[in-house]
Design a protein around this ligand. Structure first.
Ligand code: ADE
Ligand code: ZN
Length: 317
């Protein structure tokens, strides 16, 4: 089944480039940039990948991202991810990057963006993988900083097509970012947001009604609210679900508890994605395989999930 799932043509719509930083590359970049790491070796670092919630993961994720310094580093990170896409027949990807994770520690905005954009361009030309970048704001920081980040990004507007919202969800509702999302839409950008990962269904309503998102990232807690479920079904609003992420961060106790297939059968436009594959145990195919093993996903369901991902692309080819 793994090889068959791997060969299915699919799109990835929920992937944090910083979350694709494998421990081996993390160590190599630390050496290149002469950065001392608190872990003795790759194995010790991998052992630290045991999380009880989103925040525990984010603390390590931001620490890991600190090895990214030069344009070449961001290129290498993105290129390594695109190689994985090629190996797993991901024919289209719409990754996130978090500019504030880098500008906050003194890396110029354009250093990160140029490295990523150049690799995505090479991916189109050399690997035939179409893509579009989503600039994501860190919701644990004040809205003013998101606004500053957006203004900083505007001169590079051709390099990204949408804005997103990620980081610590609880206590940071979408309403906090209504103005910067209004501004982004007025400049012609699409919007997406993480909502209903750890946060309540109300955050999903806010993302739809206040931020006017085209997709919900995660959204698994929608199943607690029948009215919201009906809206997602009626309007065919895609959810970018990340099964391995959800079990690693204890959103669900184990894969057998995951609601993605139940939502699929109810008519919700769910898709399968890897979120932060270096930290959660696998890329898109591993997420599909985990659904087969843990939930008994059939080949027919896998085909529908893969087709949903292609249908839910926001930019076409
Ligand atoms: N940043 C990287 N991965 C994330 C996730 N799963 N939720 C929120 N913010 C993130
Ligand atoms: Zn995410």
């Amino acid at each position: 089944m793994y090889d068959w799932l791997n060969a299915l043509p699919k799109a990835e719509l929920h992937l944090h480039l910083e979350g694709s930083l494998e421990p081996e590359l993390l160590f190599a970049l630390a050496e290149r940039n002469k950065i001392a790491l608190p872990w003795a070796d790759v194995e010790t670092l991998r052992k630290a990948y045991a999380f009880h919630n989103l925040q525990e993961f984010l603390d390590l994720y931001y620490q890991g991202a600190a090895v990214l310094r030069s344009e070449q580093d961001f290129y290498d990170l993105t290129w390594a991810y695109l190689q994985r896409c090629k190996a797993q027949n991901v024919i289209h990807t719409e990754p996130f990057f978090d500019p504030q994770t880098h500008t906050e520690r003194g890396i110029p905005f354009e250093v990160a963006l140029n490295g990523i954009a150049t690799a995505l361009q090479d991916g189109r030309q050399q690997l035939g993988i179409s893509s579009g970048l989503i600039l994501s704001f860190l919701r644990h920081l004040p809205e003013e900083q998101a606004q500053k980040t957006f203004e900083q990004a505007l001169p590079y507007r051709d390099a990204f097509f949408a804005v997103g919202l990620d980081s610590s969800e609880l206590g940071h509702p979408p309403s906090k970012f209504q103005r910067v999302f209004d501004r982004a839409r007025s400049e012609g950008f699409l919007t997406v947001a993480h909502a209903g990962e750890e946060g309540p269904p109300d955050y999903i309503w806010q993302a739809l009604d206040l931020l006017k998102v085209s997709r919900i990232d995660h959204g698994v807690r929608a199943s607690e609210d029948p009215r919201l479920m009906q809206r997602l079904i009626d309007e065919q609003i895609p959810l970018t679900v990340c099964p391995l992420s959800n079990t690693k961060l204890c959103v669900f106790a184990d894969m057998k508890q995951h609601n993605i297939l139940a939502m699929l059968e109810q008519g919700v436009k769910v898709t399968v994605n890897s979120d932060d594959p270096a930290y959660f145990g696998g890329y898109v195919t591993e997420n599909f395989a985990a659904l087969h093993e843990g939930l008994g996903m059939t080949a027919e369901q896998a085909k529908r999930l893969a087709q949903n991902s292609l249908d839910a692309r926001l930019i076409k080819g």
